[in-house]
Design a protein around this ligand. Sequence first.
Ligand code: IDP
Ligand code: MG
Length: 148
Amino acid sequence: MERSLVLIKPDAIQRCLAGDIISRLEKKGLKIVAMKMVQMDHVLAQRHYAIHSDKPFFGELVDFITSCPIIAIVFQGRNAVSLIRQAMGETNSAKANPGTIRGDLGIDLSHNLIHGSDSQDNASHEISLFFSSEEIHDYNRDVDQWIS
Ligand code: IDP
Ligand code: MG
């Protein structure tokens, strides 16, 4: 079953939106298999966002993501990666569609509340930056027979 890494970013924590965002993904049927609050340091931030290291906004992005604790979550489910990207909406919250997390709640390009892996390969790598295999739980839910 597919897995994806979600980060509830500092703006969501500061604005008390973590529960709403997690709830939207849970209600879609995605299963939480790992979750913790993390104060990211610059080393972890630079690893997580390595693909953007040559972009002009990289310094700002690292400062933002390390500005307060975030919540890291592994969601599991059929097509988890693309389902979460759809639920997030596009990167620039000002352009994201209504009904998406960023479209309904986000502010702009840098304040967009949530990270979600953009491919299965990147998901595996990103999950390994935040969680050991012992921290990821394999369990059944009664509701899985309706939504898996
Ligand atoms: P994504 O989060 O939708 O996958 P990416 O292009 O991977 O978007 O960018 C990673 C993060 O970097 C974005 O979520 C946003 O927080 C930040 N970011 C992207 N482009 C800009 C920009 O032009 N200015 C400031 N921050 C940006
Ligand atoms: Mg991305």
